[in-house]
Design a protein around this ligand. Structure first.
Ligand SMILES: Nc1ncnc2c1ncn2[C@@H]1O[C@H](COP(=O)(O)OP(=O)(O)OP(=O)(O)O)[C@@H](O)[C@H]1O
Length: 476
């Protein structure tokens, strides 16, 4: 049908009439646009419409400047840090992130690994994977090192998008993987076997929600950690190692280890549990400390036993550590360390040198890393510690983990029975103010029955017994 025939038809005249009325009453630009589109669709014949579209795009092509050649920027993310042999966490984060973006049907070859009880796909050297973030295309390529296995990930993108890449895309990947780790709550705990770290996966359930302690103290620890993490620039400006030290002290079974796990879970940092009795020289210690990656927590438990002649149960034990200004620099000197001097004063002197030496040593090693580190010492006997360790500025926060108070008990009741109130609560509150019981004892009592009434009744009887025993002891 030609154009004149179409325009002469009664249906065309009817539609045109309707549009004329609508245009006359349309109030906004948007309304006009919608109407114009509709009119074009209904009133202009197909052939004429596609010819018009072709003409518009041809004119557009003539007027548009030719596309600029793309400048590509690349960022290399090595498996290890530049100056140390510590693993580069971004490398592993990016690999784990890309695992979910690999399309196995589109790749001709893939690497399949089994890690943390789940399988992970990754690419092989020479292969690439594309990803789009905020509309920007990023290409990841894995390249092999010239010699040996360590690989490097190459991230390439349009150079104009450098800001997006560095300040939004990379932090997004790090945050996403941190979130995933937090959800899985897989902590890795490393222990030193002589001069190297052996890691095990450990799903420690402790979090700040489950650790029973004074709520104000708990909040102040969380606030301290958060503040510390935000102060990278501050530490750099004042020229200090970006490190925070926590000394946890209190009787056995009050939750010191649980708090360490809660801190690690909160931060998604792995734990490095250093057994100083297995380290016999500065060189060995240096090797272990430099092999610790960023974002990790160094834990030295029962620090009083490492530097004193008394063991936890009070019996005498040989002092085996010798860090600091000491000259035990060779690994071969391992077990040949001299026993502590017999006289008290010279022994004290050696002990002081040893502990402050250890801290100086750690400060020195970590001051160059520029990354956040946390060190936690635990002890059941704060009074046995070297005053050098207790001096302000040595350990930043001293945290006392004490007996189970009322608030701590409420946390346990909520964790174990999802319970916020019970008829026995007033009696328990009164008994807890009169009796000293550790959170470990309380949890043990609560675990004795799944029936909340039975468990709480048992706990009340346990507290009453303790109270009676206390009275008897004070009479004697
Ligand atoms: N404050 C607490 N909050 C929650 N659970 C706790 C707490 N304290 C102890 N527990 C329970 O008791 C167990 C032992 O506690 P934990 O090992 O954390 O105490 P600790 O103070 O480190 O003891 P130790 O000094 O003997 O190493 C934990 O696994 C946990 O079940």
């Amino acid at each position: 049908m030609d154009l004149s025939t179409v325009m002469a038809s009664p249906s065309y005249a009817k539609a045109a009439d309707a549009y004329k009325k609508a245009v006359a009453t349309a109030a906004t630009v948007t309304a006009y646009t919608v109407l114009a589109r509709g009119m074009a669709r209904e009133l202009v014949p197909d052939g004429l419409r596609s010819a018009a579209r072709w003409a518009v795009s041809a004119v557009g092509d003539l007027l548009m400047p030719p596309p600029k050649p793309r400048r590509i920027k690349t960022i290399l993310i090595g498996r290890y840090g530049e100056e140390s042999h510590a693993e580069n966490r971004l490398f592993w984060d990016a690999r784990a992130y890309l695992a979910a973006r690999i399309d196995p049907t589109a790749m001709s070859r893939l690497c399949l690994t089994f890690r943390d009880d789940s399988q992970m796909l990754s690419m092989l050297p020479g292969d690439s994977v594309a990803d789009v973030f905020e509309g920007v295309e990023f290409t990841w390529t894995l390249i092999a090192a010239r010699s040996g296995p360590p690989c490097t990930l190459v991230l390439s993108f349009d150079a104009e998008k450098t800001e997006v890449a560095l300040h939004r895309y990379v932090p997004f990947i790090v945050m996403k993987m941190e979130g995933a780790r937090r959800q899985e709550r897989w902590l890795k705990i490393f222990m030193n076997e002589q001069l190297s770290w052996e890691g095990i996966n450990h799903q420690h359930p402790a979090t700040f929600d489950t650790v029973a302690m004074d709520p104000a103290l708990k909040q102040s620890i969380i606030a301290d950690i958060d503040r510390f993490l935000k102060r990278r620039d501050y530490y750099q400006r004042i020229g200090k190692a970006w490190k925070r030290g926590y000394l946890l002290y209190g009787p056995p079974g009050t939750g010191k280890s649980s708090l360490v796990a809660a801190i690690a879970n909160y931060l998604c940092f792995n734990l490095y549990d250093l057994d100083l009795s297995r380290v016999s020289s500065n060189k060995g210690l240096q090797k272990l400390l430099t092999a610790m990656p960023n974002k990790s927590i160094l834990v030295i438990e029962d620090i009083d036993c490492c530097f004193s002649t008394k063991s936890r149960d009070g019996t005498n034990t040989k002092q085996r550590t010798n860090y600091g200004d000491g000259d035990s620099d060779s690994d071969s000197e391992s077990d040949g360390l001299p026993p502590p001097p017999r006289t008290n004063s010279s022994y004290e002197r050696q002990r002081r040198i040893a502990l402050s030496g250890l801290l100086n040593f750690i400060d020195g090693l970590w001051s160059t890393s520029g990354e956040e580190r946390i060190i936690v010492f635990t002890t059941n006997y704060k009074d046995r510690l070297d005053p050098a360790l207790l001096r302000p500025g040595r350990m930043d926060m001293h945290i006392y983990m004490g007996c189970c108070g009322w608030e701590a008990f409420k946390t346990l009741a909520r964790n174990y029975f999802l319970l916020d109130d019970h008829e026995l609560f007033p009696e328990i509150q009164e008994l807890l103010s009169a009796v000293e019981v550790t959170p470990a004892e309380a949890t043990e009592m609560l675990l004795r029955s799944e029936d909340v009434d039975v468990a709480l009744q048992g706990f009340v009887e346990f507290l009453q017994d303790k109270k009676k025993q206390g009275r008897r002891r004070s009479k004697k």
